[in-house]
Design a protein around this ligand. Structure first.
Ligand code: ATP
Length: 514
């Protein structure tokens, strides 16, 4: 097989995996399309019973690592971080000061023929190297390979991948647009010049709908932290350096929501603003870069699927003295990577902006030296819902040897159910022992009790939802008070004492990610 064919086979397999992940999420109650019975609504998702648990587990683990038990800092002292839960709607001046009203925009192009709108940096343009024929634009997304094959069939003639140069539309001069066929167009020259499109969702406050009471759904959780920085300083015992963390919904009117929950219009973020003395900012930046990578590995994302990418000069916002993205190799970005978290050295930009726009002094006064300064900020900003997608993609493990054909390899800490209790038969006293064990374990962990159906089917269901341990009660249990533990990944079985079950699961939760 040629290298190109092998590559495209691999791409098709990954697309298939992604489709199966989406199907499994729906079938097993992780994630549904929002308002599905009304035909859905693009860019919005609902989390089902297991998806809610998975998301809460990731959220709680982040909160624990950032707020409840933050790490020891680079200077050997325990890091101090406090939590916050600010309103989704703030005074609209917040978003003017933060720059979101003026600049929270993506470059968009319209297609004059189809009336469709695309993000310029999400259109991949294939230009014939020999200068003969039109360039072909294809939109990035879950069905990129399929769309590309369809458009090539129509417009590429005998040319193959190797005959084209590949660039993002945002890197191409408008003078070249006349020769580009848009992703859904029938002829070249229908794409307009890119123009900015604001991503903030607007709403109106109160009964009278006028332009005077326009407000915005927050585009990020971070600004709620900056506007409360002084409140937190004045009302708690924190001293610089310290952090304020917040988890919650954010809203962006994304033009092309896509790749399942990766790019949604409503999503959740986990952000922390770390305020420090300007002279220490570099040290804290390096520290958080390390810590945040460790976090994602600890919950089971493998090193090979993670990448730390530094923003280039043209990508860096003007006030940032450095930004790194932690990227994950999603099936739809493979062999490339997609952003999971950004770690930015934001200088004192946000505090300066809010100080100027609000007229409130936000300086910090060091009690021992009397020095006054605006702290510099290091911001690790992660996507909670995007993190859930990374966990699902990482966990999804096709395995034709088992009845389910697949299992979800979640770290026990993240798994929605920690164990399933399965009596071998629905008679001979098995259900009674199983129920007793279930009642005991559910005091401490989310566990399933599943009595009916053959054992193979019950294992298959637990494999599909990623339950790490199945505990089986059989005739031997009656004799010697032992049960069988079936391990999800290896399918290996071991015998443990009935009374040790709780301790066994506790240990599993504490284990390191494999
Ligand atoms: P992108 O380049 O993907 O648009 P961003 O750089 O604008 O993301 P940030 O503003 O840094 O993102 O937000 C922090 C995190 O929030 C991102 O790393 C990502 O995990 C998450 N996030 C941002 N936009 C979305 C979205 N539309 N849907 C889901 N998660 C998102």
């Amino acid at each position: 097989m040629s290298q190109a064919a092998e590559k495209s086979d691999q791409a098709t397999a990954l697309e298939k995996n992604m489709k199966e992940i989406v199907a499994l999420c729906k079938r097993r109650g992780f994630i549904y399309q929002a308002s599905e019975i009304y035909g859905g609504i693009n860019g919005f998702w609902d989390y089902g019973p297991l998806g809610t648990e998975l998301k809460n587990n990731l959220r709680d683990w982040w909160w624990r690592k950032m707020v409840l038990c933050p790490p020891i800092g680079p200077d050997g002292t325990p890091v101090d971080i406090v939590g916050l839960d600010s309103a989704i709607i703030q005074n609209p001046k917040v978003w003017v000061a933060s720059g979101h009203v003026g600049g929270f925009a993506d470059p968009m192009v319209d297609c004059k023929e189809t009336k469709l709108r695309y993000r310029a940096d999400h259109l991949i343009v294939f230009t014939p190297k020999d200068g003969q024929g039109s360039s072909i634009a294809v939109q990035e997304g879950d069905d990129f390979e399929e769309s590309k094959a369809r458009r090539f069939k129509k417009f590429a003639g005998k040319k193959t991948d190797a005959d084209f140069e590949k660039r993002a539309l945002s890197d191409i001069a408008f003078s070249e647009f006349a020769n580009i066929i848009g992703p859904d167009a029938s002829k070249p020259g229908t794409l307009t010049e890119p123009k900015a499109f604001n991503l903030l969702f607007e709403t109106k406050i109160g009964a009278v709908a006028s332009d005077d009471n326009v407000a915005y759904l927050r585009g990020e959780t971070a600004q709620g932290i900056f506007v409360n920085y002084k409140n937190v300083l004045d009302s708690s015992r924190v001293k610089v350096p310290f952090g304020i963390a917040q988890i919650g919904k954010a809203f962006r009117n994304e033009v092309n929501p896509r790749n399942f929950i990766f790019r949604s219009r409503e999503f959740e973020q986990m952000e922390m603003e770390f305020f420090c003395h300007p002279k220490d900012a570099k040290m804290w930046f390096d520290f958080w870069k390390e810590e945040r990578q460790k976090f994602w590995q600890e919950i089971g994302l493998t090193k090979g699927n993670l990448l730390m990418r530094e923003h280039g000069h043209n990508e860096l916002v003007f006030y940032s003295k450095g930004t790194f993205d932690i990227e994950y190799k999603f099936p739809f970005t493979d062999p490339g990577f997609g952003e999971l978290e950004g770690i930015a050295y934001r200088t004192d930009y946000d505090l300066t902006q809010h100080q100027t726009h609000s007229g409130t002094k936000l300086e910090y006064i060091d009690q021992t030296t009397n020095e006054r300064f605006l702290p510099h900020v290091i911001e690790p900003a992660a996507g909670l819902t995007r993190g859930v997608l990374a966990l699902l993609c990482e966990a999804f493990t096709p395995d034709p040897s088992r009845p389910s054909g697949v299992y979800l390899n979640f770290h026990p800490r993240l798994a929605p159910k920690k164990a399933a209790i399965l009596p071998l038969t629905a008679k001979d006293g098995h259900p009674e022992i199983a129920t007793k064990l279930y009642l005991e374990l559910r005091e401490e962990f989310p566990v399933d009790l599943d009595i009916k159906q053959n054992i193979g089917k019950r294992y298959a269901r637990q494999d599909e939802i990623g339950t790490p341990y199945c505990l089986t009660i059989d005739n031997d249990t009656l004799k010697d008070e032992t049960i069988t533990v079936r391990h999800r990944n290896s399918m290996k079985q071991e015998r443990i004492g009935l009374s040790n079950a709780k301790e066994f699961i506790r240990k599993g939760l504490e284990s390191a990610a494999q």
